[in-house]
Design a protein around this ligand. Structure first.
Ligand SMILES: N[C@H](CCC[C@H](N)C(=O)O)C(=O)O
Length: 287
């Protein structure tokens, strides 16, 4: 089985072209191929698929095999993968995800013509608890800097979805943030029917945020595109930031813009191909 290893500011996935043939058990594949010391190594697996409704489709599986609805860093790489593998000649693509159809505009290097990144229309942010989803007290429709009692004590959370659920927590220092203690506890807190991605963010200025993320199903990653959007949305919604925000993650920086005219969030960032490879799954199709 051929694959391409790609990353978006360090959030790396194994990309598999499924436009000609299905991949058996992608959940098992993600579990088997993600380990960094005993296998290919990645934050998960992303399938590039055919779509009846868009130019292409994508599916993302976290390293624990769970399927996510959307992947910000991943969708930029899917668009680059499609262009580089001649699945399309378009530089403005529509890509079907489980969180709906997204439009992606490829960014090419002037001199080389190489695709170096993309801008993604992530659609409208979701702040209504019922749609994220997150369980909330009856009269609470949105959880914006909302104090939540947890086993780890009170945590002030802003709940956002950009296709997948996020909890944004403001911290004074991302170096000291309890990413590996509070992160997994909150990811699995029963307040999230489908678990959640947990962001620890520090507002540096009205146009700059730094953050770390504990990803649902993958643990701490070097970057999370949907997480960066969630932090920017939380900061803008609470007046900490203006509409254009640079989000600094351990793997690099993403530029987020929440357009007041159409209420859509746009994310711009790099997409990099690392290497092509072949892999023989150890499980059989009937496993
Ligand atoms: N890394 C991805 C997010 C994956 C989300 C996944 N961890 C989940 O929602 O289960 C991104 O760049 O948006």
């Amino acid at each position: 089985m051929r694959f391409t290893k790609m990353h978006g500011i360090g959030n790396d996935y194994i990309y598999i072209d499924c436009t000609e043939a299905e991949t058996p058990s992608p959940q098992k594949l993600a579990i088997e191929m993600s380990p960094r010391h005993t296998s290919v190594g990645a934050d998960g697996v992303i399938l590039v698929c055919r779509s009846e409704k868009a130019d292409l489709g994508m599916r993302i599986f976290n390293s624990d095999g769970s399927e996510a609805l959307m992947c910000g860093n991943g969708i930029r790489c899917v668009a680059k993968f499609a262009y580089d593998h001649q699945l399309t000649a378009k530089t403005n693509l529509s890509i079907e995800t489980l969180a709906g159809i997204k439009t992606v505009s490829l960014i090419k290097d002037e001199a080389s013509g190489e695709v170096t990144g993309a801008t993604v229309d992530m659609g409208e942010p979701v702040l209504e608890c019922a749609d994220i989803p997150v369980y909330s007290p009856v009269n609470v429709k949105r959880m914006i800097e909302y104090p939540v009692q947890t086993e780890q004590g009170e945590v002030v959370v802003t709940a956002v979805s950009v296709g997948n659920p996020h909890a944004v927590i403001w911290v004074d220092s991302i170096e000291q943030a309890p990413v590996h203690t509070l992160g997994p506890k909150l990811e699995h807190n029963p307040m999230w029917p489908n678990r959640a991605n947990i962001e620890f963010a520090h507002v540096l200025s009205p146009s700059k945020i730094e953050m770390r993320v504990w990803e649902r199903g993958s643990g701490e990653t070097m970057a999370c595109g949907t997480g960066a959007c969630a932090c920017a949305i939380a900061a803008i919604a609470t007046g900490h930031c203006e509409r254009k925000v640079d989000v600094i993650l351990p793997g690099g920086t993403l530029n987020i813009y929440w357009n007041p005219d159409n209420n859509h969030v746009y994310m711009t960032g790099p997409a990099v191909t690392v290497f092509d490879g072949t892999y023989t799954p150890h499980f059989t199709k009937t496993d």
